[in-house]
Design a protein around this ligand. Structure first.
Ligand code: NAP
Ligand code: MG
Length: 402
Protein backbone atom coordinates (compact mmCIF):
# COMPACT_ATOMS: atom_id res chain seq x y z
CA UNK A 1 0.00 0.00 0.00
CA UNK A 2 1.24 3.48 -0.81
CA UNK A 3 1.30 5.78 2.17
CA UNK A 4 -0.60 9.05 2.03
CA UNK A 5 1.72 12.00 1.48
CA UNK A 6 1.66 15.34 3.26
CA UNK A 7 3.06 18.67 2.10
CA UNK A 8 3.16 21.05 5.08
CA UNK A 9 4.21 19.56 8.41
CA UNK A 10 1.94 19.56 11.44
CA UNK A 11 3.30 21.07 14.62
CA UNK A 12 3.45 18.12 17.00
CA UNK A 13 3.47 18.98 20.70
CA UNK A 14 4.22 15.93 22.83
CA UNK A 15 3.15 15.87 26.47
CA UNK A 16 3.11 14.01 29.75
CA UNK A 17 2.23 10.85 31.65
CA UNK A 18 -0.48 8.47 30.38
CA UNK A 19 -1.37 10.63 27.42
CA UNK A 20 2.28 10.62 26.32
CA UNK A 21 2.16 6.81 26.33
CA UNK A 22 -1.07 6.86 24.27
CA UNK A 23 0.45 9.43 21.91
CA UNK A 24 3.21 7.05 20.85
CA UNK A 25 0.78 4.11 20.51
CA UNK A 26 -1.54 6.18 18.31
CA UNK A 27 1.32 7.23 16.06
CA UNK A 28 2.73 3.70 15.77
CA UNK A 29 -0.55 1.88 15.22
CA UNK A 30 -2.93 4.34 13.61
CA UNK A 31 -0.88 6.96 11.78
CA UNK A 32 2.59 6.00 10.51
CA UNK A 33 1.46 2.70 8.88
CA UNK A 34 -0.91 4.74 6.68
CA UNK A 35 0.48 8.27 6.37
CA UNK A 36 3.98 9.51 5.54
CA UNK A 37 3.66 11.63 8.65
CA UNK A 38 5.36 15.02 8.42
CA UNK A 39 5.64 16.87 11.71
CA UNK A 40 7.77 19.51 13.35
CA UNK A 41 8.24 17.95 16.80
CA UNK A 42 8.27 19.86 20.09
CA UNK A 43 8.64 18.01 23.36
CA UNK A 44 6.35 19.74 25.85
CA UNK A 45 6.92 16.98 28.42
CA UNK A 46 7.57 18.64 31.78
CA UNK A 47 11.19 17.49 31.99
CA UNK A 48 12.14 19.16 28.72
CA UNK A 49 10.12 22.30 29.50
CA UNK A 50 12.19 22.58 32.68
CA UNK A 51 15.47 21.95 30.82
CA UNK A 52 14.69 24.69 28.30
CA UNK A 53 13.26 27.12 30.88
CA UNK A 54 9.92 26.67 29.09
CA UNK A 55 11.36 28.10 25.85
CA UNK A 56 10.14 24.96 24.04
CA UNK A 57 6.52 25.95 24.75
CA UNK A 58 7.07 29.39 23.25
CA UNK A 59 8.87 27.87 20.24
CA UNK A 60 6.00 25.44 19.71
CA UNK A 61 3.43 28.23 19.80
CA UNK A 62 5.51 30.29 17.35
CA UNK A 63 5.69 27.25 15.07
CA UNK A 64 1.90 26.96 15.30
CA UNK A 65 1.66 30.58 14.12
CA UNK A 66 4.08 29.91 11.28
CA UNK A 67 2.71 26.56 10.05
CA UNK A 68 -0.95 27.03 10.94
CA UNK A 69 -1.99 23.66 12.34
CA UNK A 70 -0.82 21.92 15.53
CA UNK A 71 -1.77 18.83 17.50
CA UNK A 72 -1.06 18.78 21.22
CA UNK A 73 -0.83 16.04 23.83
CA UNK A 74 -2.07 16.79 27.37
CA UNK A 75 0.61 18.34 29.57
CA UNK A 76 1.16 18.77 33.30
CA UNK A 77 0.53 22.24 34.67
CA UNK A 78 2.96 22.25 37.58
CA UNK A 79 1.80 22.85 41.14
CA UNK A 80 3.85 22.56 44.34
CA UNK A 81 3.63 18.75 44.32
CA UNK A 82 4.90 18.59 40.73
CA UNK A 83 7.80 20.94 41.47
CA UNK A 84 8.94 18.37 44.04
CA UNK A 85 8.12 15.31 41.95
CA UNK A 86 10.08 16.56 38.92
CA UNK A 87 12.65 18.62 40.85
CA UNK A 88 11.72 21.68 38.80
CA UNK A 89 13.67 24.94 38.69
CA UNK A 90 10.39 26.85 38.84
CA UNK A 91 6.65 26.38 38.91
CA UNK A 92 6.30 26.85 35.15
CA UNK A 93 3.06 28.31 33.81
CA UNK A 94 0.35 26.29 32.15
CA UNK A 95 1.51 25.46 28.58
CA UNK A 96 -2.06 25.90 27.37
CA UNK A 97 -2.16 29.38 28.89
CA UNK A 98 1.16 30.27 27.22
CA UNK A 99 0.04 28.97 23.82
CA UNK A 100 -3.34 30.70 24.17
CA UNK A 101 -1.75 34.05 24.95
CA UNK A 102 0.59 33.79 21.93
CA UNK A 103 -2.15 32.70 19.51
CA UNK A 104 -4.85 34.91 21.12
CA UNK A 105 -7.47 32.32 20.41
CA UNK A 106 -10.86 30.98 21.34
CA UNK A 107 -11.29 27.40 22.57
CA UNK A 108 -14.02 25.29 20.97
CA UNK A 109 -15.00 22.07 22.73
CA UNK A 110 -17.31 19.45 21.28
CA UNK A 111 -18.28 15.93 22.34
CA UNK A 112 -17.74 12.87 20.15
CA UNK A 113 -21.11 11.13 19.83
CA UNK A 114 -21.34 7.34 19.61
CA UNK A 115 -24.31 5.01 19.85
CA UNK A 116 -24.39 3.34 23.23
CA UNK A 117 -22.96 6.32 25.13
CA UNK A 118 -26.15 8.28 25.63
CA UNK A 119 -26.25 11.89 26.82
CA UNK A 120 -28.00 12.42 30.15
CA UNK A 121 -30.16 14.95 28.32
CA UNK A 122 -32.12 12.60 26.07
CA UNK A 123 -33.02 15.14 23.35
CA UNK A 124 -29.34 16.04 22.68
CA UNK A 125 -28.96 14.18 19.40
CA UNK A 126 -26.32 16.47 17.91
CA UNK A 127 -23.12 17.78 19.53
CA UNK A 128 -23.11 21.14 21.29
CA UNK A 129 -19.89 23.03 20.63
CA UNK A 130 -18.94 25.32 23.45
CA UNK A 131 -16.86 28.39 22.52
CA UNK A 132 -15.15 29.87 25.54
CA UNK A 133 -13.62 33.33 25.53
CA UNK A 134 -10.17 32.71 26.91
CA UNK A 135 -9.09 36.18 28.09
CA UNK A 136 -9.86 38.41 31.05
CA UNK A 137 -12.80 38.85 33.44
CA UNK A 138 -12.25 37.10 36.79
CA UNK A 139 -9.21 35.25 35.37
CA UNK A 140 -7.30 38.54 35.21
CA UNK A 141 -8.97 40.26 38.14
CA UNK A 142 -7.62 41.81 41.32
CA UNK A 143 -9.58 41.07 44.46
CA UNK A 144 -9.31 41.60 48.19
CA UNK A 145 -10.89 40.92 51.54
CA UNK A 146 -11.69 44.31 53.07
CA UNK A 147 -12.15 45.50 56.64
CA UNK A 148 -15.14 47.16 58.19
CA UNK A 149 -15.39 50.82 57.26
CA UNK A 150 -13.50 50.47 53.97
CA UNK A 151 -14.61 52.70 51.13
CA UNK A 152 -14.01 50.86 47.87
CA UNK A 153 -13.76 52.94 44.67
CA UNK A 154 -12.73 52.39 41.09
CA UNK A 155 -10.38 55.11 39.80
CA UNK A 156 -10.06 55.49 36.02
CA UNK A 157 -7.04 57.58 35.02
CA UNK A 158 -7.29 58.85 31.46
CA UNK A 159 -4.28 59.33 29.20
CA UNK A 160 -4.18 63.05 30.10
CA UNK A 161 -4.20 62.21 33.80
CA UNK A 162 -7.84 63.10 34.48
CA UNK A 163 -9.31 60.91 37.17
CA UNK A 164 -12.88 59.67 37.36
CA UNK A 165 -14.08 57.84 40.45
CA UNK A 166 -16.88 55.36 40.89
CA UNK A 167 -18.00 54.16 44.30
CA UNK A 168 -18.12 50.37 44.45
CA UNK A 169 -19.26 50.12 48.06
CA UNK A 170 -19.02 51.81 51.42
CA UNK A 171 -18.49 48.85 53.77
CA UNK A 172 -20.37 48.92 57.11
CA UNK A 173 -18.90 45.55 58.00
CA UNK A 174 -16.08 43.47 56.54
CA UNK A 175 -16.45 42.07 53.03
CA UNK A 176 -14.87 41.35 49.67
CA UNK A 177 -14.28 43.36 46.50
CA UNK A 178 -12.95 42.74 43.00
CA UNK A 179 -11.90 44.72 39.92
CA UNK A 180 -11.82 43.09 36.52
CA UNK A 181 -11.48 44.02 32.87
CA UNK A 182 -11.60 42.96 29.27
CA UNK A 183 -10.48 44.64 26.04
CA UNK A 184 -12.35 45.47 22.83
CA UNK A 185 -9.54 43.83 20.86
CA UNK A 186 -9.97 40.52 22.66
CA UNK A 187 -13.77 40.60 22.52
CA UNK A 188 -13.65 41.42 18.81
CA UNK A 189 -11.30 38.54 18.09
CA UNK A 190 -13.52 36.24 20.18
CA UNK A 191 -16.50 37.26 18.04
CA UNK A 192 -14.63 36.75 14.77
CA UNK A 193 -13.31 33.35 15.90
CA UNK A 194 -16.86 32.23 16.69
CA UNK A 195 -18.32 33.46 13.41
CA UNK A 196 -15.46 31.99 11.35
CA UNK A 197 -15.71 28.66 13.12
CA UNK A 198 -19.48 28.64 12.56
CA UNK A 199 -18.99 29.16 8.83
CA UNK A 200 -16.28 26.49 8.63
CA UNK A 201 -18.39 23.91 10.50
CA UNK A 202 -21.78 25.03 9.19
CA UNK A 203 -23.41 25.68 12.56
CA UNK A 204 -25.51 28.49 14.07
CA UNK A 205 -24.04 30.67 16.83
CA UNK A 206 -25.77 31.37 20.12
CA UNK A 207 -24.17 33.98 22.36
CA UNK A 208 -25.22 34.66 25.92
CA UNK A 209 -24.20 37.06 28.69
CA UNK A 210 -25.87 38.67 31.70
CA UNK A 211 -26.43 42.05 30.04
CA UNK A 212 -29.63 42.85 31.93
CA UNK A 213 -27.65 43.12 35.18
CA UNK A 214 -24.23 44.06 33.82
CA UNK A 215 -25.49 47.00 31.79
CA UNK A 216 -22.08 48.32 30.69
CA UNK A 217 -19.71 45.36 30.90
CA UNK A 218 -21.73 42.46 29.50
CA UNK A 219 -23.78 44.78 27.31
CA UNK A 220 -20.55 45.84 25.61
CA UNK A 221 -19.86 42.20 24.66
CA UNK A 222 -23.35 41.99 23.18
CA UNK A 223 -22.86 45.24 21.20
CA UNK A 224 -19.47 44.20 19.82
CA UNK A 225 -20.83 40.84 18.67
CA UNK A 226 -23.85 42.53 17.06
CA UNK A 227 -21.72 45.10 15.23
CA UNK A 228 -19.21 42.57 13.90
CA UNK A 229 -22.02 40.28 12.83
CA UNK A 230 -23.90 43.05 10.99
CA UNK A 231 -20.83 44.49 9.27
CA UNK A 232 -18.79 41.42 8.45
CA UNK A 233 -20.79 38.20 8.68
CA UNK A 234 -24.50 38.71 8.16
CA UNK A 235 -24.39 38.17 4.39
CA UNK A 236 -22.14 35.11 4.67
CA UNK A 237 -24.39 33.61 7.33
CA UNK A 238 -27.51 34.22 5.27
CA UNK A 239 -25.88 32.72 2.20
CA UNK A 240 -24.97 29.63 4.24
CA UNK A 241 -28.44 29.43 5.80
CA UNK A 242 -27.05 30.01 9.29
CA UNK A 243 -28.25 32.26 12.09
CA UNK A 244 -26.66 34.30 14.85
CA UNK A 245 -28.75 34.65 17.94
CA UNK A 246 -28.15 36.53 21.19
CA UNK A 247 -29.96 35.75 24.41
CA UNK A 248 -29.63 36.23 28.16
CA UNK A 249 -27.57 33.46 29.80
CA UNK A 250 -30.51 32.28 31.92
CA UNK A 251 -32.62 31.87 28.81
CA UNK A 252 -29.71 30.20 26.97
CA UNK A 253 -29.33 27.57 29.71
CA UNK A 254 -33.02 26.69 29.49
CA UNK A 255 -32.95 26.56 25.68
CA UNK A 256 -29.77 24.46 25.60
CA UNK A 257 -31.37 21.81 27.79
CA UNK A 258 -34.49 21.71 25.60
CA UNK A 259 -32.54 21.73 22.30
CA UNK A 260 -31.34 18.93 20.03
CA UNK A 261 -27.81 20.40 19.86
CA UNK A 262 -25.98 21.11 16.63
CA UNK A 263 -24.88 24.73 17.28
CA UNK A 264 -22.04 26.73 18.78
CA UNK A 265 -22.73 28.21 22.19
CA UNK A 266 -20.41 31.17 22.76
CA UNK A 267 -19.79 32.04 26.40
CA UNK A 268 -17.78 34.58 28.35
CA UNK A 269 -14.70 33.21 30.12
CA UNK A 270 -16.28 32.12 33.42
CA UNK A 271 -19.56 30.95 31.88
CA UNK A 272 -17.57 28.91 29.35
CA UNK A 273 -15.38 27.36 32.04
CA UNK A 274 -18.40 26.14 33.99
CA UNK A 275 -20.72 25.32 31.11
CA UNK A 276 -18.10 23.31 29.20
CA UNK A 277 -17.74 20.97 32.18
CA UNK A 278 -21.52 20.70 32.41
CA UNK A 279 -21.92 19.99 28.69
CA UNK A 280 -19.02 17.47 28.63
CA UNK A 281 -20.35 15.56 31.61
CA UNK A 282 -23.91 15.60 30.37
CA UNK A 283 -22.78 14.12 27.04
CA UNK A 284 -21.34 11.17 28.95
CA UNK A 285 -17.58 11.41 29.40
CA UNK A 286 -14.73 13.93 29.58
CA UNK A 287 -12.63 11.38 27.70
CA UNK A 288 -14.89 11.90 24.66
CA UNK A 289 -14.48 15.67 24.43
CA UNK A 290 -12.39 17.31 21.73
CA UNK A 291 -10.90 20.76 21.97
CA UNK A 292 -9.51 23.12 19.36
CA UNK A 293 -7.95 26.53 19.83
CA UNK A 294 -8.68 28.82 16.87
CA UNK A 295 -6.81 32.10 16.49
CA UNK A 296 -8.32 35.16 14.80
CA UNK A 297 -5.75 34.88 11.98
CA UNK A 298 -6.76 31.28 11.28
CA UNK A 299 -4.30 29.07 13.20
CA UNK A 300 -5.56 25.83 14.78
CA UNK A 301 -4.34 23.79 17.72
CA UNK A 302 -6.11 20.46 18.32
CA UNK A 303 -6.06 18.52 21.59
CA UNK A 304 -8.10 16.37 23.95
CA UNK A 305 -10.05 18.23 26.64
CA UNK A 306 -8.88 15.95 29.46
CA UNK A 307 -5.57 15.98 31.32
CA UNK A 308 -2.64 13.56 31.51
CA UNK A 309 -4.62 10.94 33.49
CA UNK A 310 -2.04 10.80 36.25
CA UNK A 311 -3.67 8.06 38.31
CA UNK A 312 -3.63 5.64 35.37
CA UNK A 313 0.00 6.52 34.67
CA UNK A 314 1.14 5.53 38.14
CA UNK A 315 -0.58 2.17 37.66
CA UNK A 316 1.07 1.84 34.24
CA UNK A 317 4.49 2.54 35.80
CA UNK A 318 3.89 -0.35 38.22
CA UNK A 319 3.39 -2.59 35.20
CA UNK A 320 -0.39 -2.84 35.51
CA UNK A 321 -2.64 -2.82 32.46
CA UNK A 322 -4.56 0.40 32.11
CA UNK A 323 -7.72 1.02 30.19
CA UNK A 324 -7.24 4.71 29.46
CA UNK A 325 -9.48 6.09 26.75
CA UNK A 326 -7.47 7.40 23.75
CA UNK A 327 -10.47 8.59 21.71
CA UNK A 328 -10.18 12.35 22.29
CA UNK A 329 -6.44 12.17 21.50
CA UNK A 330 -7.12 10.18 18.31
CA UNK A 331 -9.66 12.84 17.31
CA UNK A 332 -7.11 15.58 18.01
CA UNK A 333 -4.87 13.92 15.40
CA UNK A 334 -7.69 13.33 12.93
CA UNK A 335 -8.90 16.92 13.37
CA UNK A 336 -5.41 18.30 12.73
CA UNK A 337 -4.78 16.03 9.72
CA UNK A 338 -8.15 16.95 8.25
CA UNK A 339 -7.48 20.68 8.64
CA UNK A 340 -3.99 20.26 7.13
CA UNK A 341 -5.54 18.33 4.25
CA UNK A 342 -8.15 21.05 3.69
CA UNK A 343 -5.55 23.84 3.70
CA UNK A 344 -3.17 21.95 1.40
CA UNK A 345 -5.85 20.53 -0.89
CA UNK A 346 -5.02 16.90 0.00
CA UNK A 347 -8.32 15.08 -0.30
CA UNK A 348 -6.86 11.65 0.51
CA UNK A 349 -5.46 12.99 3.78
CA UNK A 350 -8.94 14.33 4.67
CA UNK A 351 -10.51 11.01 3.69
CA UNK A 352 -8.00 9.12 5.85
CA UNK A 353 -8.86 11.31 8.86
CA UNK A 354 -12.55 10.57 8.34
CA UNK A 355 -11.85 6.84 8.15
CA UNK A 356 -9.79 6.96 11.34
CA UNK A 357 -12.74 8.59 13.13
CA UNK A 358 -15.16 6.11 11.62
CA UNK A 359 -13.03 3.12 12.66
CA UNK A 360 -12.83 4.51 16.21
CA UNK A 361 -16.56 5.15 16.55
CA UNK A 362 -17.51 1.80 15.00
CA UNK A 363 -15.17 -0.07 17.34
CA UNK A 364 -17.01 1.36 20.34
CA UNK A 365 -20.41 0.79 18.73
CA UNK A 366 -19.47 -2.86 18.18
CA UNK A 367 -19.16 -3.22 21.97
CA UNK A 368 -15.36 -3.00 22.28
CA UNK A 369 -14.27 -0.10 24.46
CA UNK A 370 -12.18 1.18 27.37
CA UNK A 371 -13.31 0.83 30.97
CA UNK A 372 -14.63 4.36 31.42
CA UNK A 373 -17.09 3.82 28.55
CA UNK A 374 -17.97 0.22 29.49
CA UNK A 375 -19.10 1.59 32.86
CA UNK A 376 -21.69 3.92 31.29
CA UNK A 377 -22.70 2.29 28.00
CA UNK A 378 -26.25 1.24 27.25
CA UNK A 379 -24.96 -1.52 24.94
CA UNK A 380 -25.40 -5.02 26.27
CA UNK A 381 -22.32 -7.08 27.17
CA UNK A 382 -19.64 -4.49 26.43
CA UNK A 383 -16.11 -5.84 26.40
CA UNK A 384 -13.48 -3.82 28.27
CA UNK A 385 -10.11 -3.62 26.54
CA UNK A 386 -6.89 -2.10 27.79
CA UNK A 387 -5.59 0.91 25.86
CA UNK A 388 -3.26 -1.10 23.67
CA UNK A 389 -5.85 -3.76 22.76
CA UNK A 390 -8.37 -1.02 22.02
CA UNK A 391 -5.99 0.85 19.71
CA UNK A 392 -5.03 -2.41 17.94
CA UNK A 393 -8.73 -3.22 17.43
CA UNK A 394 -9.25 0.21 15.87
CA UNK A 395 -6.27 -0.46 13.61
CA UNK A 396 -7.72 -3.76 12.39
CA UNK A 397 -10.97 -1.99 11.50
CA UNK A 398 -9.11 0.92 9.89
CA UNK A 399 -7.24 -1.51 7.64
CA UNK A 400 -10.55 -2.67 6.20
CA UNK A 401 -11.54 0.94 5.41
CA UNK A 402 -8.41 2.33 3.75
P1 NAP B 1 -7.40 14.23 34.10
O1 NAP B 1 -6.07 13.86 33.60
O2 NAP B 1 -8.36 14.74 33.10
O3 NAP B 1 -8.02 12.97 34.84
C1 NAP B 1 -9.00 13.03 35.84
C2 NAP B 1 -9.74 11.70 35.93
O4 NAP B 1 -10.69 11.63 34.88
C3 NAP B 1 -8.84 10.49 35.74
O5 NAP B 1 -8.23 10.08 36.95
C4 NAP B 1 -9.82 9.47 35.20
O6 NAP B 1 -10.69 8.97 36.22
C5 NAP B 1 -10.71 10.34 34.31
N1 NAP B 1 -10.17 10.46 32.93
C6 NAP B 1 -9.75 11.58 32.30
N2 NAP B 1 -9.37 11.30 31.06
C7 NAP B 1 -9.54 9.98 30.88
C8 NAP B 1 -9.31 9.09 29.80
N3 NAP B 1 -8.81 9.53 28.64
N4 NAP B 1 -9.61 7.78 29.97
C9 NAP B 1 -10.12 7.34 31.11
N5 NAP B 1 -10.36 8.13 32.18
C10 NAP B 1 -10.08 9.44 32.07
O7 NAP B 1 -7.28 15.36 35.21
P2 NAP B 1 -6.32 15.47 36.50
O8 NAP B 1 -6.01 14.13 37.03
O9 NAP B 1 -6.98 16.48 37.33
O10 NAP B 1 -5.00 16.11 35.94
C11 NAP B 1 -3.81 15.37 35.65
C12 NAP B 1 -2.80 16.33 35.03
O11 NAP B 1 -3.31 16.81 33.79
C13 NAP B 1 -2.52 17.55 35.88
O12 NAP B 1 -1.13 17.67 36.06
C14 NAP B 1 -3.06 18.72 35.08
O13 NAP B 1 -2.25 19.85 35.18
C15 NAP B 1 -3.09 18.20 33.67
N6 NAP B 1 -4.14 18.75 32.79
C16 NAP B 1 -3.78 19.07 31.52
C17 NAP B 1 -4.71 19.51 30.61
C18 NAP B 1 -4.25 19.83 29.22
O14 NAP B 1 -3.10 19.69 28.89
N7 NAP B 1 -5.14 20.25 28.35
C19 NAP B 1 -6.04 19.63 30.98
C20 NAP B 1 -6.41 19.27 32.29
C21 NAP B 1 -5.45 18.83 33.18
P3 NAP B 1 -10.39 7.59 37.03
O15 NAP B 1 -9.07 7.77 37.70
O16 NAP B 1 -11.56 7.56 37.97
O17 NAP B 1 -10.40 6.47 36.05
MG1 MG C 1 -13.63 24.15 34.26
Amino acid sequence: MNKILMTTPLVEMDGDEMTRVLWQMIKDELLTPFVELKTEYYDLGLKYRDETNDQVTIDAAEANKRLGVAVKCATITPNAARVKEYDLKKMWKSPNGTIRSILDGTVFRAPILVKGIEPYVKNWTKPITLARHAYGDIYKAVDAIVDEGTKCELVYTAQDGTETRQLVHQFDGAGVAMGMHNTDKSIESFARCCFNYALSTNQDVWFSTKDTISKQYDHHFKDIFAEIYENEYKEKFEAAGLTYFYTLIDDAVARVIRSNGGYIWACKNYDGDVMSDMVATAFGSLAMMTSVLVSPDGCYEYEAAHGTVQRHYYRYLKGEMTSTNPVATIFAWSGALKKRGELDGLSDLCAFADKLEKATVETIESGLMTGDLAAITTLENPQTLDSEQFIKTIRARLETLV
